[in-house]
Design a protein around this ligand. Structure first.
Ligand code: C5P
Length: 238
């Protein structure tokens, strides 16, 4: 598969158009950003680690019957994905309180949430990805009620598949963010990525942070932690 032109350059990934109108190439770069791009650094090997991590998780989800955008790995930092019409909404599920939930509601970090809390955010950097609800999605045409309900149930399904996998590796899947799109048949497909950049993972015993909060909070050993997470779920990145 050959790249034809750059379609979109995000904060950590670049999307390329290919010779096949239905396929794109996702390149995972070493760029790491936080706080709406205020903090940006290059972390050696992060692109490779996230590309391989994402491939492993998406394959795991496919095996459990959840349709994903991922087609195949091309090399260390690039994958082929199906072209989707992305829905501009981020789906966040939280098993434990952390991050913006603690700030917003004043709850203590680590509080177990049962049932898990589900939230929608609008993908809009200029507005700092504000929290939105189903009514906003319908009124502004960001997603239909049917798409909303499918994205929500797929996010819960992903949580059901992945929580036990991380648990078996001695980790808590604290929260994560997913993005969805529609394919040429209008079916909802899981897009974007699932990597430690877009989820929170804590060691079950020590509660050590193993995800992008290491970067946000300046804790160091970011990529080393991602490699450790991968190893703990059976993926040897080396
Ligand atoms: O910041 P907040 O606590 O709302 O984030 C919830 C989860 O969603 C975290 O795992 C975070 O890494 C992820 N997230 C993301 N991209 C965003 C916002 C949140 O991956 N733009």
């Amino acid at each position: 598969m050959r790249k034809v032109s750059e379609l979109y350059r995000g904060k950590a990934k670049t999307v390329f158009v290919t010779e096949d109108a239905n396929k794109l190439i996702l390149e995972f770069r070493d760029d790491t950003s936080a706080f709406d791009g205020e903090k940006i650094e290059q972390l050696s090997r992060k692109g490779e680690v996230n590309n391989k991590f994402n491939n492993f998780i998406m394959q795991t989800l496919e095996n459990k019957g959840i349709k994903t955008q991922l087609e195949s790995l091309i090399d260390d930092t690039q994958s082929v994905v199906k072209k989707l019409n992305m829905i501009p909404v981020e789906c966040v599920i939280r098993n434990y309180a952390a991050g913006s939930l603690c700030k917003r509601l004043g709850v203590e970090e680590g509080l177990a949430l049962s049932p898990p809390t589900f939230e929608f955010f609008l993908k809009n950097d200029a507005l700092h990805d504000p929290m939105i609800n189903e009514s906003h999605c319908a009124s502004f045409g960001w997603a239909t009620p049917e798409q909303i309900s499918q994205m929500k149930s797929l996010t819960f399904a992903v949580n059901e598949v992945l929580s036990p996998i991380f648990e078996a590796g001695g980790m808590l899947l604290v929260d994560f963010k997913l993005e969805f799109g529609t394919d040429e048949n209008g079916d909802i497909i899981l897009g974007d990525e699932f990597t430690p950049d877009g989820c929170r993972l804590w060691d079950k015993e020590t509660k050590k942070k193993l995800d992008k909060d290491r970067f946000r909070q300046g804790l160091g050993s970011v990529v080393e932690s991602y490699i450790e997470v991968a190893a703990r779920i059976g993926l040897d990145i080396g």
